[in-house]
Write a protein that binds this ligand. Sequence first.
Ligand SMILES: CCCCCCC/C=C/C(=O)SCCNC(=O)CCNC(=O)[C@H](O)C(C)(C)COP(=O)(O)OP(=O)(O)OC[C@H]1O[C@@H](n2cnc3c(N)ncnc32)[C@H](O)[C@@H]1OP(=O)(O)O
Ligand code: FAD
Length: 659
Amino acid sequence: MASTQNLKEATGNHSSWESLLPDFPKGPLCKYRKKASFNWKEMAVLLDGKDIIQLKNRIFSALESDPLFVHHPGEELSREKYQELTFLRCKRLFEYDFLTQQEIIENPLKIFHMVLCIGMYDWSPCIQYLLHFLNCASYLLEFIINTPDFEAAKFWIGNMGKHATHAVVYAQLYTPDGQYQGLHSFLVQIRDIKTLLPIPGVVVGDIGKKIGQNGLDNGFAMFHNVRIPKENILNIAGDVTAEGKYSSSVKDVKERFSAALGSLSSGRTVITAVSMTNLKLALSIAIRFSAVRCQFGPTDDEEIPVLEYQTQQWRLLPYLAATYALDYFCKSLFENLTEFYLGLLTKQRSQRQADIGREIHALCAASKPLTSWTAQQAAQECREACGGHGYLAMNRLGEIRNDNDPNCTYEGDNNVLLQQTSNYLMSWMHCIRDKVPFESPFGTINVLQDYHHILDWKFTAMSVEDCMDSSVPLAAYKWLVCYLLRESDLKLSKEKQSGRSDFEAKNNCQVYYCRSLAIAFIEQTVLQRYHDYTHDPDIPSTLQPVLKNLSALYGLWSLSKHLAVLYQGGYASGEQAGRFIQNAILELCYRLKDDAVALVDVFAPPDFILNSPIGKANGELYKNIWGEVLQGSKTLNRPSWWTEFCINRPVAGRLKSKL
Ligand SMILES: CCCCCCC/C=C/C(=O)SCCNC(=O)CCNC(=O)[C@H](O)C(C)(C)COP(=O)(O)OP(=O)(O)OC[C@H]1O[C@@H](n2cnc3c(N)ncnc32)[C@H](O)[C@@H]1OP(=O)(O)O
Ligand SMILES: Cc1cc2nc3c(=O)[nH]c(=O)nc-3n(C[C@H](O)[C@H](O)[C@H](O)COP(=O)(O)OP(=O)(O)OC[C@H]3O[C@@H](n4cnc5c(N)ncnc54)[C@H](O)[C@@H]3O)c2cc1C
């Protein structure tokens, strides 16, 4: 549903947008900006609302005016220096304290925007800040902590490498009676606050250079009989009395396990949004570049922007559509998460609260893989779409790609997480088989209520034009989810019937079955939400056509990756179905290419934050690159080792074996 407040603001007094969203500088991008079918400011107000735009402006301009956040073009920072700078920036973020508690209570979505704005500048200080922020905020809370062996050491922990003084440690709890009570979390001091030296019994250090995010210090820790006060158990699911007796309001060990892991859903939701933000950064750069970079043309004396090439459109514009669909999904997921947390804070123990916990877990365990992989592929595509300039570090696509990469791994490896979502979906099979009515709090599995009926559906579009609305891929997705659920369930039964253990059977059902099911389910959910939003009759008529095109393109492009299964399962047949889908994708890319620059103008951060000469809003590609190249302190210098070239010349064959 479109936010009523944003709708009012988007259709309200246009003059008030001007101060919030200044015009872009004149330059080569104006050609495309003039061709756009909609007003980018109206779109920005519709999507975010004035309050959020003000918050973003506040954060962006604070960072731009602060000398600590100045960029260092042409300078190679050592890892040590980068870590120091990251820490200073992290401290400064605490000093800014961009949001008051009251603001957060009134609109929790502001935290989400604050994090993403800082991340657009650099993920290292952002994640460092977030980890401190969450650890301080979420836990207000005699135990002895031990690491039995090297394999059990804590490894990879953010902020632990150099400076964290306390850690939230997940550990197996054994009470004095020898009883095992399951996984619990504890607050453990690891370094002295005054000296930053390790606490006795703690071995703590830095794990070394990573592929990206090197401002952030990731560390390891091992504990040898480290005593912590009893109050330091983070009693989410259970507590221990002074006499050493365990008590928990959650009696079932399994339920306690999921309660202890419940907090992981917030991390996975944030990572979904972090990845979506990387899509925004990469596409802002690649689309602006493509709109001004001219190569070849229909005649010898006319060169055209590379964005005019069908291939370039097809490589980039589906990712642009994905960015819009995923942006909307992230906000809706964050709202779902807020409802879950409100329930936790108010100690709800209702069935609905438990169901929300399971649903949100299933959603973010698949949305993190979907979004992080989409951003990973997009970053690479954008890098290549900018040709050689995409490979120049100053243009930032390499940094975006490398900093996005761990989103596929941390807070749960993507492939492992997808199993959590498919387990959840499979758990509804007994209701489907027994024809017992069911629904989920956020309605994402309600599509399965019509499972038997949907399995009979067929692809019915009769022309390319028929396929130009997202209702077509959405129907196909509903069938796909039901089909993959049926096939996964059948495969699991067969595996078990052939005598395999539960572990083996499940393991043999992943590829082409459960894994595809989880991916299809989350794509269908994202599309369903975006389809509903873009088709809302309250969306201004000036914006609806372009939004509907984005929705259709996202749906068809995502669906096209499942064409083989659509044919395999009999949903589609004959040559036409596939051809219609392909042609509709190309037609939508063509229709969207004149809107593409305005569509990135809606979400691109200011030039200072985007920090990419080829992605600047003025589109002065060559001036911007030269400006940056010439700022390098050593650009025109003779190398310090010039004598090795000019004086100490090699004597050819001097070291050749004489034997
Ligand atoms: C700016 C962005 C932030 C960047 C942060 C960077 C810092 C990074 C930090 C980290 O990486 S912290 C480490 C994170 N580690 C993980 O995420 C571990 C990942 N592994 C898993 O989550 C595993 O899948 C698992 C859950 C441990 C699997 O364990 P297992 O196979 O033993 O359990 P299951 O039988 O699958 O599950 C049991 C039961 O529990 C339910 N459940 C599991 N997780 C959750 C959850 N998060 N919320 C709610 N419920 C959960 C699961 O569904 C099962 O329930 P039933 O199906 O039996 O009802
Ligand atoms: C940059 C970064 C920061 C991190 N920060 C933190 C932090 O602050 N705190 C923290 O606690 N952790 C942190 N981590 C660790 C992170 O949570 C783990 O790396 C992640 O959960 C994956 O676990 P793993 O490394 O043990 O992978 P493994 O489990 O060893 O996985 C290796 C491979 O095996 C596959 N695999 C594993 N199990 C299965 C299975 N059942 N079925 C099929 N395939 C399987 C996986 O898909 C993967 O490809 C961080 C990691 C990174 C990269």
